[in-house]
Ligand binder design. Structure first.
Ligand SMILES: NC(=O)C1=CN([C@@H]2O[C@H](COP(=O)(O)OP(=O)(O)OC[C@H]3O[C@@H](n4cnc5c(N)ncnc54)[C@H](OP(=O)(O)O)[C@@H]3O)[C@@H](O)[C@H]2O)C=CC1
Ligand SMILES: CC(C)(CO)C(=O)C(=O)O
Length: 325
C-alpha cells in the first residue's frame, strides 16, 4: 500500500490553520493553493500561526504548490478539502481527478450541504468523509493565519441529502480513517470520528442558515444579532422555519429539541460575538457567497418534501441580489 501523505486543498483561513498545526506537530503536509504567488510565499516565508490576539505561536516550513502545479496521480493521499462550496467547479474537479489516484480519501470541511454529492458525481468511487469543524480561523495574509477560536472536528460518513446521480461516496477504509484521526489529533485538534454526521451537519446548517444571511444583510457582527427585539424576531422566524424543514430531513425531533437548538444558536452568537460571519466577509469583499449551499439548500430540501420555505427563499434572493449589480 502507498505511504499516506496529506494535502490541504485551499490556502484560506481554515486550510492554513489545518496546515500550520499539522506542520508544527512535525508531520508533513502540502498546501495546494489556487495561485502560484501564494504557494511561493508559503515556501519562502514558512507558515505563521498566531493566537486570537495576533501573537505569533509558530512559524513552520511547509510544502506548497498551486493545484495546477501538483504532480499527477499521487497515491495514498488524504486530501483535507478546505475550500468553500463556491470553490467547487468543473475545472477544480478536473484538477482533482488529475492529481489524485483512485485511493485518495477526501475529507471536506465545507459549510452547508450538497458538496459531498457533487464531489461523488465528479470523482466517482473516491472515498470521502464529511467533516464539521467549530474551529475559528482567519487568514492574515498569504502565509499567516490566526486561530480565533478553539473548537472540535467531527468527521464521518456523509449522509446523502439529495442531488447527484452518482453512486454515493464510499467510506475510507478503517485504517485510513484512523490515519485521519491520528494526523489531526497529533496536530492538536479535538477530533471525533462520528457515526452521526447527519445530525452534526444539519445542526450546523441550522446555525449557519440564521446567522450567515442575517449578519450579511444587516452588516453586523454575530454578537450584534441577538442585541435587539427586531433582530431576535427575525432570527426566531428563520430558525423555526428552517428547524421544521431540517426535522423533516433527518434532524432528530426529540423532546425539548426546539429550545435546545434555539439555545445553541444564541450560544454560537455569544461565543463568536466579535466575528464577522463568513458570509458577511464574502459580501464585504465582493466574493460569491455560500448562500446556495446554506439557505438555498434548505429551500431545495423543503421543496423535495412539499414544505413551505418563504423566509429561506427570501434571504437567499436578497443575499444573491447584493452581488448581482
Ligand atoms: N474559517 C473558519 O473558521 C471555518 C470555516 N469553515 C468552512 O470551511 C470552508 C473554507 O472556509 P475558509 O477557509 O474560511 O474560506 P476562505 O475563503 O478563507 O478559503 C477558501 C480558499 O479556497 C481557495 N480556493 C478557491 N478555489 C480554489 C481552487 N480552484 N484551487 C485551490 N484553492 C482554491 C481560495 O483561494 P484564494 O484565496 O486564492 O481565492 C481560498 O484560499 C467554508 O465552507 C467555511 O464555511 C468551517 C469552520 C470554520
Ligand atoms: C459559526 C459561524 C456563524 C461563525 O461565524 C460560521 O460558521 C460562519 O461564519 O460561517
Amino acid at each position: 500500500m502507498a505511504k499516506t501523505s496529506v494535502a490541504v486543498l485551499g490556502g484560506g483561513s481554515l486550510g492554513l490553520l489545518l496546515a500550520a498545526k499539522i506542520a508544527a506537530s512535525g508531520q508533513e503536509a502540502t498546501v495546494w493553493t489556487r495561485s502560484e504567488e501564494q504557494a511561493r510565499s508559503l515556501r519562502d516565508n514558512g507558515l505563521a500561526l498566531k493566537d486570537a490576539d495576533g501573537n505569533l505561536l509558530t512559524r513552520t516550513a511547509v510544502r506548497a504548490c498551486s493545484l495546477g502545479e501538483a504532480p499527477s496521480r499521487q497515491e495514498g493521499l488524504i486530501v483535507l478539502n478546505a475550500l468553500k462550496q463556491t470553490g467547487l467547479s468543473d475545472s477544480l474537479f478536473g484538477e482533482l481527478r488529475r492529481v489524485t489516484a483512485q485511493d485518495a480519501a477526501i475529507v471536506s470541511f465545507c459549510n452547508g450541504i450538497g458538496h459531498i454529492e457533487r464531489i461523488a458525481e465528479a470523482l466517482p468511487g473516491r472515498p470521502q468523509l464529511a467533516a464539521a469543524a467549530t474551529e475559528g480561523a482567519l487568514r492574515e495574509g498569504p502565509a499567516a493565519v490566526r486561530h480565533t477560536g478553539s473548537g472540535a472536528i467531527w468527521a464521518g460518513q456523509a449522509p446523502r441529502f439529495g442531488g447527484g446521480n452518482a453512486d454515493y461516496a464510499p467510506m475510507p477504509t478503517e485504517d485510513r480513517r484512523k490515519d485521519i484521526e491520528n494526523i489531526l489529533g497529533s496536530a492538536g485538534f479535538s477530533i471525533y470520528l462520528s457515526n452521526n454526521m447527519i445530525e452534526r451537519m444539519l445542526r450546523k446548517l441550522l446555525v449557519n442558515s440564521v446567522i450567515n444571511p442575517l449578519t450579511a444583510l444587516l452588516r453586523i457582527r454575530n454578537g450584534e444579532l441577538a442585541a435587539t427585539g427586531d433582530r431576535m424576531a427575525l432570527m426566531r422566524a428563520l430558525h423555526e422555519e428552517t428547524r421544521t424543514i431540517l426535522h423533516a430531513s433527518g434532524l432528530p425531533e426529540t423532546e425539548g429539541a426546539a429550545s435546545e437548538l434555539w439555545e445553541e444558536l444564541l450560544d454560537v452568537c455569544a461565543r463568536t460575538s466579535r466575528n464577522e460571519s463568513s458570509m458577511l466577509q464574502d459580501v464585504r469583499n465582493g466574493r460569491e457567497t455560500e448562500i446556495e449551499a446554506i439557505n438555498g439548500a434548505v429551500v431545495r430540501l423543503a421543496a423535495s418534501r412539499g414544505l413551505p420555505s418563504p423566509r429561506n427563499a427570501t434571504v437567499t434572493d436578497l443575499v444573491r441580489a447584493i452581488l448581482s449589480g
